[in-house]
Write a protein that binds this ligand. Sequence first.
Ligand SMILES: *[C@@H]1O[C@H](CO)[C@@H](O)[C@H](O)[C@H]1NC(C)=O
Ligand SMILES: *[C@@H]1O[C@H](CO)[C@@H](O)[C@H](O)[C@H]1NC(C)=O
Ligand SMILES: *[C@@H]1O[C@H](CO)[C@@H](O)[C@H](O)[C@H]1NC(C)=O
Ligand SMILES: *[C@@H]1O[C@H](CO)[C@@H](O)[C@H](O)[C@H]1NC(C)=O
Ligand SMILES: *[C@@H]1O[C@H](CO)[C@@H](O)[C@H](O)[C@H]1NC(C)=O
Ligand SMILES: *[C@@H]1O[C@H](CO)[C@@H](O)[C@H](O)[C@H]1NC(C)=O
Ligand SMILES: *[C@@H]1O[C@H](CO)[C@@H](O)[C@H](O)[C@H]1NC(C)=O
Ligand SMILES: *[C@@H]1O[C@H](CO)[C@@H](O)[C@H](O)[C@H]1NC(C)=O
Length: 648
Amino acid sequence: MALRKNASMFFGIFMLSLVWKALAKLEVNMKDSVEVFLGESARITCMFTGTDSPNEVIVQWYMLNKNKVHSKIYYGNSTSELVDLDGLLTGRINVTMSLNSGEVVLNILNVALEDEREFICKVTHISAGSVNGSTLLKVFASPDHPTIKGEETGISVSDEKPSKIGSCEAQNGYPRPNITWYRDQTPLQNQPGEIKVEPVVTKKSNGLYLVVSDLYLKVAKEDKDALFYCEVSYLVPGGTKMKETNKINIPVHYPSTSVNVWVESPKGLVKEGDTVEVHCRANGNPEPIFTFHLNGIDMESENNVMVMRKVSRQFNSTIMCSALDMETDEEISREAQLSVHFLDHAVLIPEVSHVMFPGENLNATCNALSSLPTHTEWVKNGKRVAEGHTLVLTDAVLNTTGTYVCVVTVPSLAELKTNSSLHVIVQGPPEITEIKEYRKDKSENVVMLHCHARSYQTPVIIWSFSDQSQTVEETLKQTEEGFLSVLTLTVTSDITAYCKASNDQGTTSKSLLIKAVVQTTVSAPSITVSIPVTTAVPTPDKTTVTSPVATEVAPPKRVKKEGSGVIIAVIIICILLLAILGSVLYFLYKKGKIPCGRSGKQDLTKHSKDNIVVEMKSDSTEDAVLLGVNGDNKPPNDQGDKYMDVRQ
Ligand SMILES: *[C@@H]1O[C@H](CO)[C@@H](O)[C@H](O)[C@H]1NC(C)=O
Ligand SMILES: *[C@@H]1O[C@H](CO)[C@@H](O)[C@H](O)[C@H]1NC(C)=O
Ligand SMILES: *[C@@H]1O[C@H](CO)[C@@H](O)[C@H](O)[C@H]1NC(C)=O
Ligand SMILES: *[C@@H]1O[C@H](CO)[C@@H](O)[C@H](O)[C@H]1NC(C)=O
Ligand SMILES: *[C@@H]1O[C@H](CO)[C@@H](O)[C@H](O)[C@H]1NC(C)=O
Ligand SMILES: *[C@@H]1O[C@H](CO)[C@@H](O)[C@H](O)[C@H]1NC(C)=O
Ligand SMILES: *[C@@H]1O[C@H](CO)[C@@H](O)[C@H](O)[C@H]1NC(C)=O
Ligand SMILES: *[C@@H]1O[C@H](CO)[C@@H](O)[C@H](O)[C@H]1NC(C)=O
């Protein structure tokens, strides 16, 4: 039973294997397609199964021509092969066969575009018949880097139809590449009336494609900033690749909607004399034509810049800039105010100079017309003495004299400033501000005396001394505060020095006690004049000294006229003497002691009288000279006479 069962099972298996053998017929397996780059090698594999004796198969390769005609390119069996030598593939193919493993490979070298077609592998077995399979060979060529070219002439936003923006080009691609336009990051697609992308595909003689894509767009103002570029997408074995062009900007023309005008320089406030540069800008593209008007008058300008040299206050007005769009002929304009500031010369009241008497008051005003707030201050000797338009001088004294400069500035425009001066003179007698002695050494008797005086005009300063010593020389110089007279003196006893300053308004005098250090009993102090040259001159009154004060120095005086009192006294004495003589002679004559001869008597009288008169006259002259030197401490002549002396 078991044996019968086993026998029937073996029979079943045998029968199955027979069926299997009958069912396992010859089969060919091939890929649908093989993809390869142009110029590379293609490998088309043909696998066959279903034969016990693979060495008995015959393998034939065909290719499908354009007109669907098969042409044999290869025949081979286990012992020999035959390769098509005349066709397209001559010299570029070989076939490797591993019949035992059922693999046949067709190698195509240096693949050309024409090789893109179907290849058929036909396997034939004597008992199993023949089967075939096919593979499509696909050839690819990557395009060159794509290029982009934008329109250079401006594209107006007012164009009604889409305008050409640019053109992209992809060369030498296979199969045909696609070009996509982008605006910024957004791909552009056809959109009637707005966007038109127009690709033109050309197959070149070498079979590769040239794709040119033109973009037409209705531009908007915003497109002036947009970046346009193209992307080329192309197939490669196993996928898709992309390349991008560089990005371009296109010139968009749009009319201005606003215009702006401003003073470019100077940067701050404008003042008279400045060179003013006015700029005008509009927001359209391209730049419109600018024209400038100042107070309605056409001004010369270059493009958007107008320059005005040396502006004056007449330029203080409205500047108008107009922008004319060349495409639309529309004009828009804008105004700006040009403010030209100024500061006129300061006007002083009183003008230039003013004479005052001590104790008087003066309100001086200083005004400078300006377009801006001003600041006024008064400066005397470099020091600020007042602020504001008015200078109030009250109770004038000598030192009120001076030059008051009114300085007017404009705080907001430092370059604007002016000034004007007022000379104030306070009349009146000089004022002695200081009389002082200076010694090099306290034990010395050489003293330098200073007398300082203020005066509205150069004063005459005269020194004198209590012991009647006469000064012949001193120096006078002008100081900031007034006038200074300096004198050097050797004192031998205590004396008082007097400084007397005079001008046409009067005289002032001050004294100073000078003490001698060593008490000696020398009768008179000697005077040492500060300039040694002049001391050497024997006749000081004749020296030529430049200082006008030097002319004031009293020289030793000679009396030129005899005193009339002296003459009268002399005459009286003579008359008395004559009377005494006459009475004596008469007495003797009466007594008869003198012999009386009429002619002799008369001769004697006449002769003696003449002699006496002559002698007395000469004597009295000498006496008078001595008197003048020693006795008279004040010169008899007045100043006018002295001036006359010098002039002689
Ligand atoms: C192989 O092909 C050649 C030429 O056609 C032929 O002569 C030869 O007999 C074939 N060999 C076999 C084993 O079929
Ligand atoms: C066939 O071509 C392939 C690919 O180019 C090459 O590697 C191979 O050596 C060639 N075989 C023969 C027999 O020429
Ligand atoms: C391939 O086989 C089909 C049938 O399976 C046949 O119609 C066709 O003609 C064969 N092609 C070639 C080239 O032998
Ligand atoms: C090119 O564009 C066509 C149509 O849009 C598309 O079918 C094709 O796949 C594209 N080719 C590539 C390489 O992107
Ligand atoms: C000067 O100005 C003061 C006020 O600043 C005024 O009181 C005075 O009267 C004025 N004097 C003259 C002379 O104008
Ligand atoms: C300039 O003109 C403006 C406006 O008309 C005016 O306010 C200003 O005072 C003027 N300035 C001068 C200096 O004339
Ligand atoms: C002017 O003199 C007066 C007194 O006479 C004095 O008080 C004042 O300080 C002096 N001013 C100057 C600037 O010297
Ligand atoms: C007054 O103006 C003159 C000339 O502009 C200048 O030289 C002088 O320094 C000014 N004086 C003052 C006190 O500002």
